[in-house]
Design a binder for this molecule. Structure first.
Ligand code: HEC
Length: 510
């Protein structure tokens, strides 16, 4: 969406229809713990450590335990390749990376591997892309854990998941790694915690087309978007420190992706402060349209609950709620509902937001005769939304919202992670192309909108009847367009997989 586009429309009156509350899966800390033994039999050690962790009521303890591998330990020293260790590893093994510098892209296409850095006397193992390599860690296996790595100067992603379920990404330190920092795509049941990220051109933590994800205790700053939950369901974003980004926490539907909805997202207990960084997103990208100074942005997502955050000093607005119509750069997707429905703003601590709003917000202020910049501003359609304490805060465009919500707190919902590990995605050959496309390509190619790469529709026209041509291009992409970044090689896929994904790319219809 372009900056001008976000508020291009008139403020629509939102009809408050206090409909049912989101059917969030509720789970107590105790049941999270009992799920421990439900998957693979954990080793005595992992049982122990998970009990300790759950004693501190960590929502992801069971998942961490499930990825605490019981196999061999393979140690990687500076001067050797992490990839060699991955190639040797079997399911259940742990790869320990000793302090030192490594410059490579690590592909993990097996299940149940833990890739864990060893930090000694304050010295980290560093993966350095030297401004040349695209990705640091790419995984497509299930039950992958990536921990204790410092990742710097890549051009694409620090850690990207491609259709891997039951993942744990924690305690990493990520600086200037290009488009995304931590990016699980098409994953189910994952934990992202205690990471520090900065200097990312799009979203520092980007949960894309995923389900049952817990994003907690991360520090994200100096990026275009701090944390983004996109085309994803059942996510909790809590206890994060999110500051000095252009936009703090975003949850939305990007049209033209294979997964068409975003709903059941809880954003709570975060510090969302001073997100006034200049927006340095790639021209034409969706996040480049997020106005600097935005604390939280909800676009077309449903059943989003925003509770107990400290939302302060965001110069444009504390929270923006918008539909797709008020965003340009967004071609409507007939299969996505463009309206944000049942957004529930519970108690939050707002102060000093909206002190220097974009002209479109100023115009709304003039129209509604307010002088105070907004804590909350809503534009466009949507029904069933509410804000507790509405009268206590500076708001625009939420006149029709109810001032009572069906629930006053989400405290009873500890986690939306699953009790048992999610089954792996189908690798039936009939589905392989689809899983690869959704898991890898759709992160950059939407059907009819520009993301990082050109729209799939345009590629279909160029390569009609020539799947082999695509399969060859992606093994060794050459630079074609001046106004796009280079496409990263997919040489880690074998020729049969490349052909399967190429066939699927040509057949996809939306
Ligand atoms: C990290 C982002 C990214 C990912 C992931 C990605 N692409 Fe691309 N792709 C691009 C960009 C950027 C371009 C434009 C490159 C250029 O014009 O130089 C591109 C261009 C292409 C083209 C056009 C080639 C041409 O002749 O113009 C094809 C075909 C393609 N990608 C296929 C795929 C397939 C298949 C996948 C998944 C296996 C995929 N891409 C994954 C970013 C990506």
């Amino acid at each position: 969406m372009s900056k001008a586009g976000i508020f291009a429309g008139v403020v629509a009156v939102v009809v408050a229809a206090a409909t049912g509350y989101t059917i969030a899966k509720q789970q107590s800390a105790a049941s999270a713990d009992s799920s421990l033994g439900a998957g693979d039999t954990p080793s005595a050690e992992s049982t122990l450590s998970s009990k300790r962790a759950s004693a501190s009521s960590n929502a992801g303890a069971a998942l961490v335990a499930a990825t605490s591998s019981a196999g061999k330990i393979i140690v990687v020293k500076p001067g050797s390749l992490i990839q060699d260790a991955v190639n040797q590893a079997k399911a259940g093994d742990t790869i320990q990376v000793l302090p030192g510098t490594y410059s490579e892209t690590v592909y993990i296409d097996k299940d149940n591997i833990a890739l864990v850095g060893v930090i000694k006397e304050g010295v980290w193992p560093v993966l350095d892309g030297m401004g040349k390599l695209n990705d640091a860690v790419l995984y497509s296996g299930n039950g992958i854990r990536v921990e204790n790595l410092k990742i710097v100067k890549y051009k694409g992603n620090a850690i990207m998941g491609q259709a891997g379920n039951n993942f744990v990404i924690r305690h990493n330190w990520i600086v200037d790694t290009g488009v995304y920092g931590i990016f699980p795509q098409l994953g189910q049941n994952g934990l992202i915690e205690y990471n520090v990220l900065s200097g990312i051109e799009d979203a520092a933590i980007y949960v894309g087309m995923s389900d049952n994800v817990h994003v907690a205790h991360n520090e994200v700053f100096a990026s275009v978007a701090g944390i983004e939950i996109e085309n994803s369901r059942h996510a909790i974003v809590e206890n994060n420190m999110v500051y000095d980004n252009a936009g703090g926490i975003l949850t939305f539907i990007t049209p033209g992706l294979p997964i068409k909805t975003t709903f059941d997202v809880i954003i709570r207990n975060n510090f969302i402060v001073g997100n006034n960084h200049k927006n340095f997103g790639a021209v034409g990208s969706i996040v480049s349209g997020v106005p600097s100074g935005t604390g939280i942005l909800v676009m077309a997502a449903d059943d989003v609950v925003i509770e107990n955050n400290i939302i302060r000093d965001n110069k444009n607005a504390g929270i923006i709620v918008t539909d797709h119509k008020n965003a340009s750069n967004i071609s409507p997707d007939p299969e996505s509902d463009p309206n944000p429905d049942r957004v529930q703003i519970l108690r939050n601590n707002f102060s000093n937001n909206g002190y220097e709003p974009i002209p479109e917000v100023k115009a709304l202020m003039v129209a509604s005769l307010t002088r105070q910049g907004p804590d909350v501003v809503a534009v466009g359609g949507g029904t069933g939304s509410c804000m507790i304490d509405k009268a206590a805060h500076a708001t625009l465009g939420i006149g029709g919202w109810s001032s009572t919500c069906a629930k006053n707190t989400t405290a009873d919902i500890v986690t939306l992670l699953l009790d048992k590990p999610a089954p792996p995605r189908s690798t039936e050959s009939a589905d392989k192309g689809k899983v690869l496309y959704n898991g890898i390509c759709a992160g950059c190619h939407a059907y009819n909108a520009r993301m990082i790469g050109p729209p799939t529709q345009i590629i279909q026209a160029m390569y009609a009847g020539n799947a082999q041509g695509i399969a060859e291009y992606i093994a060794k992409p050459v630079k074609k367009r001046d106004d796009f970044p280079p496409m990263p090689t997919q040489a880690h896929l074998n020729s049969e997989m490349r052909r399967a994904v190429a066939d699927y790319m040509l057949s996809v219809k939306k």
